[in-house]
Design a protein around this ligand. Structure first.
Ligand code: AMP
Length: 184
């Protein structure tokens, strides 16, 4: 498996695991959150439009994200594989991706859902210290996750792509399980 989507609540550890696995497999780790934080730091037109949403823990409007993903998945290094981390974030982004992959003649091989209890998520986020990791923004991000992103678990289950992974374990145990999954 070389074309993977990582799903999970904020703090579920999908970014860390995506980075490790992408390096192991030699494929790009595509994090929309990271792309947005870079754009905000550089004060690009995208960054200026996205800043208030990211600061509040709300989803950035789809039109800012969809073009960006389309372009990124069309790049040379994305032809042999990718790990998407933080995209899709709602059903309309997932539908867009399904169509885009058809157009690009690519297939998603699997969707990994990181399962982590809420209290563990909150403790991890509070310990992380990112600008959007304050108490108020964290609780909004969890509400947004439940309302907009969690329905994708069912979405990908129906597409027969979903694999649940217990994300409340040692980092190395999770990495090992992921390697086993992608090599099977
Ligand atoms: P993340 O690093 O994935 O936790 O994303 C940080 C923030 O970036 C989120 O709280 C959203 O404001 C924004 N963001 C990242 N990915 C998306 C996306 N696919 N759609 C909309 N907003 C996003």
């Amino acid at each position: 498996m070389t074309k993977l989507i990582f799903l999970g609540a904020p703090g579920a550890g999908k970014g860390t695991q995506a980075q490790i696995l992408a390096e192991t497999l030699g494929i790009p780790h595509i994090s929309t959150g990271e792309i947005l934080r870079g754009a905000i730091a550089d004060e690009t037109p995208l960054g200026l439009k996205a800043k208030s949403y990211v600061d509040n823990g709300d989803l950035v409007p789809d039109d800012l994200i969809l073009d960006l993903i389309k372009q990124r998945l069309g790049e040379e290094d994305a032809q042999k594989g990718w790990i998407l981390d933080g995209f899709p974030r709602n059903v309309s982004q997932a539908d867009f991706l399904t169509n885009l992959l058809q157009q690009l003649n690519q297939n998603c091989d699997g969707v990994i859902n990181f399962d982590v209890p809420d209290q563990v998520l909150i403790d991890r986020l509070l310990g992380r210290g990112r600008k959007d990791d304050n108490q108020e923004t964290i609780s909004n991000r969890l509400v947004v996750y439940r309302q907009k992103t969690a329905p994708l678990i069912e979405y990908y289950q129906q597409h027969n792509l979903l694999k649940n992974v217990n994300g409340d374990r040692e980092l190395s145990q999770i990495s090992q399980e992921l390697e086993t999954i992608v090599k099977s």
